[in-house]
Design a protein around this ligand. Structure first.
Ligand code: NAP
Length: 284
């Protein structure tokens, strides 16, 4: 029978250590604080923000939302961003991306304090992730995939893993985290030939393409472990992943659902990052 790898179970297991760490910081007089920076009001940003506020405030993390109008200029936004970045009471920053076209993300990437950069914007954190240095902050979503695989006892050493997607937010950093755990990783993208065949040869398939129902039954075997990172809306307007769940779930060994899979773990990884950032700040 297929194992459904639910994010809620992963999140529940993460809560205990997180609560203990937060209690420890509070005993030292530290109030772990996250700044969420949003430009405009994109529905996916607002959904992520609502979920993050509920989960993080529920754990006792202080969250401040700094929201700016869609049309804010680069000098004005740059000034606001720098002020939050320099604020010693803010331990970690989450900036929603992509930004509107008039704003220069590259400039902000170079400005953000790497010790507050919870979602791997800074090239310093990217370099740390790519060199296997665990002191860097990996982006929350790839780390949520790793937490999920770890929670469900899926050993990675020597495993053939195919990652579909090569973005700097998900695919590439995820491939590096997997390599660090000694997996043998294949990265696929839109120019990959015979995607279904490559996925069939893998023991673990991780889909992060952003294409509804891309992964069908001919991409998998009965031994496949499938992790679906995609968040899409299907033709009927329902939330769905990159995997055709109805077709694939019955024929594989394990699978994450959408919704209720990796997405349910991401906010707890963000909370872990706030704890680490608060510790870094108290050590300085
Ligand atoms: P992205 O920047 O659009 O990158 C998508 C990647 O998938 C690209 O590398 C692209 O290849 C590849 N791709 C697209 N269609 C493909 C196809 N038909 N065959 C093979 N490769 C294909 O997206 P992203 O930001 O990485 O996000 C990926 C998905 O994860 C999205 O659905 C997003 O909503 C979701 N997401 C989920 C979470 C979460 O918490 N669960 C968080 C962040 C993102 P090329 O490079 O060749 O274009």
């Amino acid at each position: 029978m297929t194992i459904i790898m639910k994010g809620a179970a992963v999140a529940t297991a993460m809560k205990g250590p997180l609560t203990a760490a937060l209690d420890g910081l509070r005993r030292q007089g530290v109030v772990p604080t996250l700044a969420i920076i949003r430009v405009g009001a994109r529905p996916d940003d607002l959904a992520y923000e609502r979920n993050a506020l509920k989960k993080l405030e529920g754990l006792g993390i202080k969250c401040r939302v700094a929201a700016y109008p869609e049309g804010i200029s680069q000098p004005e936004f740059g000034g606001e961003f720098s002020a939050i970045n320099a604020d010693p009471t803010v331990h970690g920053i989450l900036l929603f991306r992509p930004l509107p076209r008039q704003l220069d993300e590259t400039e902000l990437k170079l400005v953000i304090n790497p010790l507050k950069d919870l979602d791997c914007m800074s090239p310093i954190n990217s370099a740390k992730v790519f060199s296997g240095d665990a002191t860097g902050f990996a982006p929350c979503t790839p780390e949520a995939v790793m937490e999920t695989l770890n929670h469900y006892g899926i050993a990675l050493s020597g495993k053939r893993v195919t990652v579909i997607g090569r973005s700097m937010v998900v695919g590439k950093p995820l491939a590096m985290l997997l390599v660090k755990e000694n997996a043998t990783v294949t990265i696929c993208h839109t120019r990959t030939k015979n995607l279904a065949g490559i996925c069939r040869q893998a023991e673990i398939v991780i889909a992060a393409a952003g294409k509804a129902k891309l992964i069908t039954a001919d991409f998998v075997s009965s031994d496949s472990i499938v992790v679906d990172v995609g968040i899409n809306v299907d033709v009927a307007g329902n939330l769905c992943g990159d995997v055709d769940y109805e077709q694939v779930a019955p024929v594989v060994s394990s699978i994450t659902p959408v919704p209720g899979g990796v997405g349910a773990v991401t906010a707890f990884v963000l909370a872990k990052h706030v704890v680490r950032a608060a510790r870094y700040a108290s050590e300085v």
